[in-house]
Design a protein around this ligand. Structure first.
Ligand code: ATP
Length: 903
C-alpha cells in the first residue's frame, strides 16, 4: 500500500493540503496507524542524520600532517636521507607517522564522545497515530505522520502544514535569518497552493510562537537540513578559546624556534663544524623545543571532562563550556523545578469570605478542604469557593493520570495541582467537561501572566456562557472589578484585602494564583476583559525545595560563587524559598536584596549593574529582563551561568557564559541556545558541573606545567652544546623518542587526575588571569634549569669516566625521562606535595610510569633499538647517578612548592 509514498519530496509546498494527504496516504485527523508507521519506519529508516563523518577518512589522516612542526620533521627526513643518514631519516619518518596515527585516533575518539553525548539529549515529537496523541522519539517519525507543533518545539522533520494558529518559526538554522517567519493560514481541505513555501515547516527550525499541525513529507537525510548536512559534512569543531590560544601560541613558538635553529646552524657553520652534524643539531633543537603533545592533550582533557560531567547529568553541548564552567563566578537560577521539585500541591484556598486548608500531598486526590478551625469545607456554604475550584479545574490544560493507583499529571504542574484540589472537593474533570464545555482559550504566557477560557454552561434551564481566568494575583486583579461573597453575590473589589491575603500565603513559600469568573457573556477578547471579571479566590500551592539544592547552594557559597534566583513568581514566595534553600540568610553573599521586575525597570542605567550584583532574588522578572541581568553582571567582569527553559529565555542563554537548559522540563529552543543541558533539571547538577569544570582546568594547567620544562631544557641543552662547541648530549631521534613517548605514557595520565580535595573551597579563577601564574612560571623555569644542569653534568661525567658517546647520551636521555617521571608525581597537585595526596592514588599515572619504564629499558638494552636511536646499554652505577639527580631535583621542586604554597 505504501508503494507510491516516498521518503522525500521538495514539491509538497506546491500541492494543496488534501493532495499531500492523498499522496502520502495518511489521514489529516487520525494520522497513520501504528502498524503503517512501523512498516514505513522499516522501509525509510530512522529520521536522523548520519553521524558526522567530518571531512572523510583520507582528508582527516592527511590533515594530521598539516602542522608547521610536521613540515619541519618531513623536511628533516628528506635532508637526513639526502645526507645518507638513512637510519635517522627512517626514525624521524616513523615518529611522524606514529604521531599522525595517535593524533588521528585521539581526535576520532574525542569526536565520537561528543557525538554520543548529543544523542543523550533526544528530541521528541508529538504525533497523532491511530487517532490518539502520543509522544514519540523524533527518530521514529515517518513520511505521512501527523505532527503537532507548539511554541518552543524544534521542528522534527520537514512538514507540510495543514492547520496553524499564529505559527512563527525561526529558520535561522537553515537560512541564517534570525527573524521568525510567519506561516500562512492554510486550512484543510481547500487550501491554495503556496509557491513560496510558507506552508512548510523545516526540520531543525524552531517554533517561537503559536501552534500548528503538519504532515511529515521528508525525514532524515532527505530533509532540507539533511541536504545541507550532506553538502557541508556538519563538522563539529573541537576548538575552544583555549585550544585556539594554544594553537596560536605554538605557531609563534614554531617560528621563533625555527629562527633559533637557523641561528644555531649558522653559528655552527661559522665555527667551521661539519655541516651535516650542525644541521642535525639544529633539527634537534627545533624538535625538542616545540611542545607537540600540547594541542592533543588539551582536547583530550576537555573530552574527558565532558564525559565526567555527563556522568553527573550535565550534558555539554559546546566544548568551550567545559573551560568556562570552571571560572563561573555567578549562577543565576530558576526557582521552579531547579531549586524546587516542581511538584505542586495546593495547600490553602482563600475566598473573600473565608480561608481554607487543603490536606493530602502529591497528585493523589486523597485529602479534603477544611476551614481554619478544622471543620470540613462546604461548597454550598461558600459559592466563591466553588467557583474558585471550578475555575482552577476548567481553565486548565493538564490531565490527571493514574497508573496502578499511582497518580501523576500530564501538563503543567501548577495546573495539575489545581485539578487535584478540585477533585478533593468532589469536582472532577468529567464534571467540568460535561457541564462547562470549553469553546475558546487565551493561553497562559509568562508575559501575560494569566490564562482565560470561555465555556458554555449547560444548565438545567438554559445555556449561558461563563468566562474563567486564573493567573498571577496582580495580573488577575487587573481583570477584576468585583469580588464574590459567600452567597454568590458580588461586591466592589477590595484590592488591598486580596493583596494582603496573597502576601500572607506567599510568605509561607506558597505559589499563589488568583481565580476569577464572568458569567453571562460570550465576548472574549483580551481588551474587553479588563475590569469586567469577578474575583472568586486564591489558591496557594507548595512546591518542596529539592533535597540536594540546599547543600549545593552552600557549596557554591564556599566556593566563592554567588547564587541568584530569577523567577516569574511573587517576591514573597521567592524570598521564602530563597531562605529555605540558603540563598538568603547566613553564609549567603550579597546584601540579601530582593528586586522585582518593577524595581529593575525603575533603576537608573548607571545604578543597574551594582544593584543587580548586590541583589539575590529577582521576582516577577520577564525574559527580556533576564538578558539585561546577564549583561549587567558581565559588565562587572562576572562569568555568568544562567538557567532557562522557555522560548524567550534563548537570548539570555546565548548571552551567558554558560547557558544552562533543562533536559526534562525545557523547550527545544532553550536547549538549542544552551551550552549545557541538565538531564535532571536539578540545581545541584550545575554545582557538580562547575566542580568538574574546575577539575578540568586544573588538569590542563597541570599538563602544561609538566610538559614545558622538558621542551625548554631540550632546546637549551642543544643550544649550549653548539655555542660551547661540545658534542650533543642528546640526539634529535632521542629527543623525538622522549617527547612522543612521555607525552602519551606520562603527561596524558594527568587528564585522569581526580579533583583535588579543596577544589570547591577556593575562590573562582579570575577570568583575566593568565593560564600560568607567576609561581608556576617560575617552577617551570626552575625544573628546566635542573634538567639542563643535571643532563649536562651527567653527560660530561660519563664522558670523562670513559663512557662512549652513545653510552653518555643514553644516560642523559634516561635522565630526562626519569626526572620527568618524578616530576609527574609532583604535578598531580599544583600546591600540595606528592606525599600529601598519596603517591599511587591515580592508577593511570602508576600504569603510565610502568609502561614508560619498560620503554626506557627497551631503548637502552635492545640491540635493534640501540641501532635505531644511537643508544647503548648502561650499567647499574649510571642508573644510580640518574636516580640520585632525579631525587635531588624532586627535592628542590618540593621545597619550592612548600615555600610558595598560599597560606
Ligand atoms: N498555567 C498557568 N496559568 C495561569 N497562571 C500561571 C500558570 N503558571 C504560572 N502562572 C502564574 O504566572 C506566574 C509566573 O509563572 P512562570 O511559570 O512564568 O514562573 P517561572 O518563571 O517559570 O518560575 P521560575 O522562574 O521559578 O521557574 C506564577 O507565579 C503564577 O502566578
Amino acid at each position: 500500500m505504501t508503494t507510491s509514498v516516498s521518503r522525500s519530496s521538495n514539491a509538497h509546498h506546491g500541492l494543496a493540503a488534501h493532495e499531500v494527504v492523498l499522496l502520502l496516504q495518511t489521514d489529516a485527523r487520525d494520522g497513520l496507524s501504528t502498524a503503517e508507521s512501523a512498516a514505513r519506519l522499516a522501509r525509510f529508516g530512522p529520521n536522523s542524520l548520519p553521524a558526522a563523518k567530518g571531512a572523510g577518512l583520507l582528508l582527516r589522516i592527511v590533515s594530521q600532517f598539516h602542522h608547521p612542526l610536521i613540515y619541519v620533521l618531513l623536511a628533516s627526513t628528506a635532508i637526513t636521507a639526502a645526507l645518507g643518514e638513512y637510519v635517522d631519516s627512517a626514525v624521524i619518518l616513523g615518529v611522524v607517522l606514529i604521531n599522525a596515527i595517535v593524533g588521528f585516533i585521539q581526535e576520532s575518539r574525542a569526536e565520537a564522545a561528543l557525538e554520543g553525548l548529543r544523542s543523550m539529549v533526544r528530541t521528541q515529537a508529538m504525533v497523532v497515530r491511530d487517532g490518539r496523541q502520543r509522544i514519540v522519539p523524533s527518530e521514529d517519525l515517518v513520511p505521512g505522520d501527523l505532527v503537532l507543533l507548539e511554541a518552543g518545539d524544534k521542528v522534527p522533520a520537514d512538514l507540510r502544514l495543514i492547520r496553524l494558529a499564529e505559527l512563527r518559526v525561526n529558520e535561522s538554522a537553515l537560512t541564517g535569518e534570525s527573524v521568525p517567519v510567519a506561516k500562512d493560514e492554510v486550512v484543510l481541505p481547500d487550501s491554495i497552493p503556496v509557491a513560496d513555501r510558507r506552508n512548510m515547516a523545516y526540520s531543525g527550525t524552531l517554533v517561537t510562537t503559536g501552534a500548528g499541525t503538519g504532515i511529515v513529507v521528508a525525514t532524515g537525510i532527505e530533509t532540507e537540513l539533511g541536504q545541507i548536512h550532506r553538502l557541508v559534512g556538519a563538522a563539529q569543531t573541537l576548538a575552544t578559546p583555549l585550544t585556539r590560544k594554544l594553537a596560536e601560541f605554538s605557531k609563534i613558538l614554531t617560528v621563533g624556534i625555527l629562527g633559533l635553529a637557523a641561528a644555531t646552524f649558522a653559528i655552527g657553520l661559522l665555527r667551521g663544524y661539519d655541516a651535516a652534524e650542525t644541521f642535525t643539531a639544529a633539527i634537534a633543537l627545533a624538535v625538542g623545543a616545540i611542545p607537540e603533545g600540547l594541542p592533543a592533550a588539551v582536547t583530550i582533557t576537555l573530552a574527558i571532562g565532558v564525559g565526567r560531567m555527563a556522568r553527573r547529568r550535565a550534558v555539554i553541548r559546546r566544548l568551550p563550556a567545559v573551560e568556562t564552567l570552571g571560572g563561573t563566578t555567578v549562577i543565576c537560577t530558576d526557582k521552579t523545578g531547579t531549586l524546587t521539585e516542581n511538584q505542586m500541591t495546593v495547600r490553602a484556598v482563600w475566598t473573600p469570605a473565608a480561608g481554607y486548608e487543603v490536606t493530602g500531598s502529591g497528585y493523589a486526590p486523597d485529602g479534603s478542604l477544611r476551614t481554619t478551625d478544622g471543620a470540613p469545607a462546604s461548597l454550598d456554604g461558600d459559592e466563591a469557593l466553588r467557583w474558585c475550584l471550578v475555575a482552577g479545574a476548567a481553565c486548565n490544560d493538564a490531565t490527571l493520570t493514574s497508573d496502578d493507583g499511582r497518580y501523576g499529571i500530564l501538563g503543567d504542574p501548577t495546573e495539575g495541582a489545581m485539578l487535584v484540589a478540585a477533585r478533593k472537593a468532589g469536582i472532577g474533570a468529567d464534571h467540568v467537561s460535561q457541564f462547562l464545555p470549553r469553546t475558546a482559550t487565551i493561553p497562559f504566557t509568562a508575559e501575560r501572566g494569566w490564562m482565560a477560557t470561555l465555556h458554555r454552561s449547560t444548565g438545567p434551564t438554559a445555556d449561558t456562557h461563563v468566562l474563567l481566568a486564573k493567573g498571577a494575583v496582580e495580573r488577575v486583579l487587573k481583570l477584576c472589578g468585583a469580588q464574590m461573597d459567600a452567597d454568590g453575590t458580588s461586591r466592589p473589589l477590595d484590592n488591598h484585602g486580596v493583596l494582603t491575603a496573597a502576601e500572607g500565603l506567599a510568605g509561607r513559600g506558597l505559589r499563589v494564583l488568583a481565580t476569577a469568573v464572568r458569567p453571562g457573556s460570550d465576548e472574549f477578547d483580551e481588551e474587553t476583559l479588563t475590569g469586567s471579571m469577578i474575583l472568586v479566590g486564591l489558591q496557594a500551592m507548595f512546591d518542596p525545595p529539592r533535597p540536594a539544592a540546599t547543600a549545593a547552594v552552600a557549596a557554591c557559597h564556599t566556593a566563592g560563587i554567588a547564587v541568584k534566583m530569577i523567577t516569574g513568581d511573587h517576591a514573597a514566595t521567592a524570598t521564602a524559598i530563597a531562605e529555605q534553600t540558603g540563598l538568603l540568610g547566613r553564609g549567603a553573599g550579597g546584601d540579601g536584596a530582593v528586586l522585582t521586575g518593577t524595581d529593575l525597570a525603575a533603576l537608573r542605567a548607571d545604578d543597574f549593574p551594582d544593584a543587580v550584583d548586590r541583589a539575590v532574588v529577582f521576582a516577577r522578572v520577564s525574559p527580556e529582563q533576564k538578558l539585561r541581568l546577564v549583561e549587567a553582571l558581565q559588565s562587572l567582569g562576572h562569568v555568568v551561568a544562567m538557567t532557562g527553559d522557555g522560548v524567550n529565555d534563548a537570548p539570555a542563554l546565548r548571552q551567558a557564559g554558560i547557558g544552562v537548559a533543562m533536559g526534562a522540563g525545557g523547550t527545544e529552543v532553550a536547549k538549542d541556545a544552551a551550552d549545557m543541558v541538565l538531564t535532571d533539571d536539578d540545581f545541584a547538577t550545575i554545582e557538580a558541573a562547575v566542580e568538574e569544570g574546575r577539575g578540568v582546568f586544573d588538569n590542563l594547567v597541570k599538563f602544561i606545567t609538566w610538559t614545558l620544562p622538558t621542551n625548554i631544557a631540550e632546546g637549551l641543552v642543544i643550544l649550549a652544546a653548539i655555542v660551547a662547541g661540545a658534542a650533543l648530549p642528546i640526539l634529535p631521534t632521542q629527543i623525538l623518542w622522549i617527547n612522543m613517548t612521555t607525552a602519551v605514557a606520562l603527561g596524558l595520565m594527568l587528564a585522569f587526575e581526580p579533583k583535588e580535595a579543596g577544589i570547591m573551597t577556593r575562590p573562582p579563577r579570575d577570568p583575566g588571569q593568565p593560564l600560568l601564574t607567576r609561581a608556576l612560571m617560575l617552577r617551570i623555569l626552575l625544573v628546566s634549569a635542573l634538567l639542563v644542569a643535571g643532563s649536562w653534568w651527567l653527560f660530561q661525567w660519563e664522558r670523562s669516566s670513559g663512557a662512549t658517546l652513545a653510552e653518555a647520551r643514553t644516560a642523559a636521555m634516561n635522565l630526562f625521562v626519569v626526572v620527568e617521571a618524578f616530576y609527574l608525581f609532583s604535578c598531580r597537585s599544583l600546591t600540595h606535595s606528592a606525599w600529601r595526596i598519596g603517591l599511587f592514588t591515580n592508577p593511570w599515572v602508576t600504569a603510565g610510569v610502568t609502561v614508560q619504564a619498560i620503554g626506557q629499558l627497551a631503548i637502552t638494552y635492545l640491540p635493534g633499538m640501540n641501532t635505531l636511536f644511537g643508544t647503548a646499554p648502561i650499567g647499574a652505577d649510571v642508573w644510580l647517578r640518574i636516580l640520585a639527580i632525579a631525587a635531588v631535583a624532586s627535592l628542590v621542586v618540593a621545597v619550592d612548592k612548600r615555600l610558595r604554597r598560599p597560606a
